[in-house]
Design a binder for this molecule. Sequence first.
Ligand code: ADP
Ligand code: ZN
Length: 637
Amino acid sequence: MSISPDKDSGKYSDKYSDKYQVLKQVFGYDGFRPGQEALIDSILEGRDTLGIMPTGAGKSMIYQIPALLMEGITLVVSPLISLMKDQVEGLNQAGVHAAYLNSSLTAGQYFKALEYARGGRYPIIYVAPERLLTDSFLSFAMEARIAMVAVDEAHCVSQWGQDFRPGYLRITEFIDRLPVRPVVSAFTATATAQVRDDMIKILRLQNPAVTTTGFDRSNLYFGVMAPKDRYGAVRNYLETHPGSSGIVYCLTRKNVEEVCERLRADGFSATRYHAGLSDEERRRNQEDFLYDRARIMVASNAFGMGIDKSNVRFVLHYGMPKNLESYYQEAGRAGRDGEPAECILYYSGQDVITNQFFIDNNQDNQELDEKTRELVRQRDRERLRRMTFYCFTNECLREYILRYFGEYGSNYCGSCQNCMTQFETVDVTAEARALAGCVAACRKRYGVNVILDTVHGAKTAKIRQYRMEENPQYGVLAKTPLFRLRQIMNELMLREYLTVTSDEYAIVRLTEKTAVLLDEEQLAAHGPVTMKMAKEQEKAPGGSKETRGSRKKLKTAGSVVLTEEEEQLFERLRSLRAELAREEKVPPYIVFSDKTLVFMCRQRPKTLEEMLEVPGIGGHKLEKYGRRFLEELCRRP
Ligand code: ADP
Ligand code: ZN
């Protein structure tokens, strides 16, 4: 627990001379990551600061380092208990006294912590937004010297974001009450312009220094599959990646339960997490995952915000999330240690309907008037559409995501599924015209499946019932495999030659662009309609995306492949780490990250001094663990 009563406090601001020293001595790192330094500097200059950086970029250090250099206390407003706990444990392990104040403390613990805080013990205090304006906290804050208020997950102030938290709206009221206005810094991984403007406006940042770093996470591999047997595909992935730890996200609670149960029945070490479980079970399951007691976490989107488990090697999506913001945030929980990790989305057409349902029945915005609510729904449908296209596109997946967040890179990353698949450009003008013609002729009344079955010449009851045999396009593409027709249909929607209504019926409709396909003259001016198709499919008809993409072994810059001997050493270090973590009652990654262990295997430090060269080992951790790890490193197996 963070409020242990030792008395060596002393002012931190006298302990350290500059940010480099804190970085090295406290956190054990030699250099800053992109964006960190500029933001730290602006805070130290006393300027309000807004940092927009992707998950895993290292935002916490940006307020933690100045917190140890500034005279006074840094309050960190944070939305989640788990996040606070994680951060405080991490700081304590690095030898920094920090505490959190939230509803997980008993009244006794809470007042004890406040008492220590009054005594100047903590340079950093994490606090839930709802606490700020309580009498007890205010009376403390009015007398303390608050140097900075750092707002973590600052997008929670915005109603446009997905995690709106009313308590965040009261942060400025709290700041206004303080005798001296502290520096205000805010951090988020949400990049859209609307949310950014909200953060500046609502938090009333004064002439803020804003830094947005690139959103690319080069160590992540992205893939999309549309397997017929979705569970089988996930199981297959887990079988072929034994030993590594990861998350399987599901759309609904029911899916979480089903998938978790099946995985257990199939002998996997899996646990589960969703909002319908008791607090106690959620806490326990989350810990099992964090402490590596359960290898796989099957979870709804309720799981993960602020969980800095750095060795998550894969994030599989058993179903498509409602928008790319959610997807990238969830997928981004993989590979926070910078080592290669994989993010694979297992898509099915049903996901669109499920998400549509969520949007139409969203109860989150009751306080908004009906007109605004409809606006929000429209925006959500548009975001869902862009998410769906992610599953269809044959272009670079990374590029698709980055473009969505307003960044432009090269069109080829070389390390996503699409970039690693061989494509060829195919002329699909005839197919496109048949599909568009079919939609036009059936007076735009039917959904995708009926249209595809019609041009394919199916003889089902439904086709007869709708009298689609009379459609002029009936059976004209009988020779083209159905999966390919579906791909072409998807492409036509992606490029807005056709569209589909966003109600539950999902009826295919014409767009302004459809005329290009239907009208000979316009088509001649437009030229043929082409699209990229995976080459392997020529040889393997019947397979859809599931068969494509023979994967090369992923190697990203900076990744290391261990020799067999190093691997054995790594395992020994890992057990030692687990043992120490148990003693300390913290998750293993809080002791040392995988990356730090890998470096130990590589560098084989022989003295404590050499040990300090390993990234992630600062003075305090060296003192605490250095000797035990040295012994293990020098021991003959
Ligand atoms: P974010 O809050 O942006 O998602 P975190 O602050 O949790 O990211 O940092 C992610 C990981 O990166 C942590 O394990 C942290 O120790 C590590 N990290 C942060 N800054 C650096 C740095 N300059 N050098 C090496 N590792 C770093
Ligand atoms: Zn790519």
